[in-house]
Design a protein around this ligand. Structure first.
Ligand code: ADP
Ligand code: MG
Length: 491
């Protein structure tokens, strides 16, 4: 039976469960660039948490703020429940392992690991004990005298880990620590790190852009894009229930089809109705995510949809087969072979379909009026005047307007939201063709078209649907169909 003191201890452990908390963290660099935006996260003691996202999404910046090398512009970082913004890195019980080993090439293994301890002026015998223990943890006992240059990449990285562990940190930060290793070595080190984490019981915060690495190693994954959290969850959550198209696309291979709910747990995409498990209101526009391994190839007459095999690639254990069904390109993984050119049927079971609410179905652009009553968006080139948005409004004189009741209106205070659907915008490589210009910063394939994010030179992010494949970073001109725009007025 549990005694009262035991219960008390248990309760205390519970409240101290979170070792690190990030609250509304934003990082704006001197040049004005916002690398991390309103980032929230709690890390439990002993947890293995991974920041996963493409290069440039703010992973290192977030890690550096936890380590204390960078200060957040806004928000709080709590360590064991206490704010630590003003605590310098060496006062935090945190050590970092970087992608580049950053070992001292002229020192031997022992001196590399002992370096920090010697600075702290610890007694020799204690240094000895700690270095030996650290070497034991990374399985490199007996390597004390070796020169760094004689070690393999994997061994060097283990020394770098030993050097971080020798300080007995509560938290180990690892920033793409295996990035410089070859594939085989990386796989080995992944397992070793995971074992080390289990053995040591300390908290690991790990950074990678490799989704497979994140899925195999972590207790909790934080998927990031453009400085923001997209989803936080267990590897299973994130793989099986991606919260949006970015996560689905980033985590593993997946088919994403634009569709609509046509009934109770009934969803329509690729020109057919499918039973699904998600309850979403009829008529809602959705994105359906279907993993390639959840599609079964069968005879045409037995398929829920049919299509033609356009390619087949052997991937070691399975074949990756691409089927064209109408305008939809569908990727399938199966152990059975197909023939290119063959007509096939495809079956997808309800639990193989994951329904997400379609995001960004509308672009919303905030704008206002200039003194002439023209929309100030795009230097007034849009040709939309206030009289077409506010019927009955009259211009009395420059800047002074009267509404249909004869009341004066200060039009500089009016705000207009311009809404336009992604498929009412065309992309062109002719710079002069459209009203806006920008770079493609993201693209996701959605079965029969690509969904692009274009960041304009004025820093608007515009979502564009296009059937053609453009490249990341392409500079494009956007042709917005003015007839399809909707305007909402806010006072
Ligand atoms: P990741 O580690 O996810 O690849 P980083 O956190 O290193 O990304 O960088 C995020 C973004 O912040 C990048 O666009 C990068 O160019 C920018 N950035 C990083 N450090 C600075 C800095 N000191 N000044 C301005 N921008 C920076
Ligand atoms: Mg980085």
């Amino acid at each position: 039976m549990r005694t009262d003191t035991q219960k008390g201890e248990f309760a205390m452990q519970q409240t101290n469960d979170n070792i690190i908390e990030l609250r509304n963290i934003t990082k704006t660099f001197e040049d004005g660039f916002e690398a991390v935006k309103d980032f929230n996260l709690t890390v439990k003691r002993g947890e293995f948490v991974t920041f996963l996202g493409p290069s440039g999404c703010g992973k290192t910046t977030t890690l550096r703020m936890i380590a204390g090398f960078d200060t957040p512009s806004q928000g709080q970082i709590l360590l064991n429940g206490k704010e630590i913004e003003n605590l310098p890195p060496n006062k935090r019980p945190i050590n970092t392992v970087f992608q580049r080993y950053a070992l001292f090439p002229h020192l031997n293994v022992y001196d590399n690991i002992a370096f920090g301890l010697k600075l702290k002026k610890l007694p020799k015998s204690e240094i000895n004990k700690k270095v030996n223990k650290a070497l034991e943890m990374v399985d490199l006992e007996g390597f004390e005298e070796r020169k760094i240059a004689t070690l393999s990449g994997g061994q060097q990285q283990r020394i770098a880990i030993a050097r971080a562990l020798v300080n007995e940190p509560e938290i180990l930060l690892l920033d793409e620590p295996l990035g410089a290793l070859d594939l085989k070595m990386r796989k080995e080190m992944q397992l070793e790190l995971k074992n080390m984490h289990e053995k040591l019981g300390i908290t690991f915060i790990y950074v990678t852009h490799d989704q497979e690495e994140a899925l195999t190693m972590s207790d909790k994954i934080v998927v990031m894009s453009e400085g923001q959290t997209q989803q936080v969850g267990t590897p299973e959550d994130i793989y099986n229930e991606p919260k949006n198209a970015f996560v689905a696309d980033f985590i593993g291979e997946s088919n994403i089809f634009g569709g609509i709910m046509t009934g109770d747990k009934l969803v329509r995409f690729c020109g057919a109705d499918f039973k699904c498990l998600d309850e979403v209101e009829q008529g809602t526009m959705i994105d359906a995510v279907v993993r390639p391994e959840d599609i079964v190839i069968t005879e045409p007459q037995k398929g829920m949809i049919t299509g033609k095999v356009i390619s087949q690639v052997f991937k070691g254990v399975h074949y990756e087969i691409t089927v064209m069904s109408g305008k939809n390109e569908i990727v399938i993984q199966t152990t059975k072979k197909a023939k290119v050119g063959e007509q096939v049927g495809l079956v997808i079971e309800p639990d193989g379909i994951h329904v997400m609410l379609a995001e960004h179905t509308l672009n919303k652009i905030e704008s206002g009026f200039d003194t002439n009553g023209s929309l100030s968006f795009m230097d007034g080139r849009l040709g939309i005047n206030i009289t077409s948005i506010l019927p009955g409004i009259r211009k009395e004189e420059e800047g002074l307007y009267v509404d249909s009741h004869g009341d004066e209106i200060d039009i500089s205070k009016l705000k207009v939201t311009i809404s336009i659907r992604p498929n009412d915008i065309q992309m062109s490589d002719d710079k002069e063709a459209g009203q806006l210009q920008g770079h493609i910063i993201n693209l996701i394939y959605k079965g029969d078209h690509y969904s692009y994010v274009v960041r304009t030179v004025d820093d608007f992010d515009i979502i564009v649907d296009d059937e053609d494949l453009w490249n990341m970073d392409d500079f494009v001109s956007l042709i917005l169909d003015e007839q399809k725009m909707q305007f909402t007025l806010k006072k």
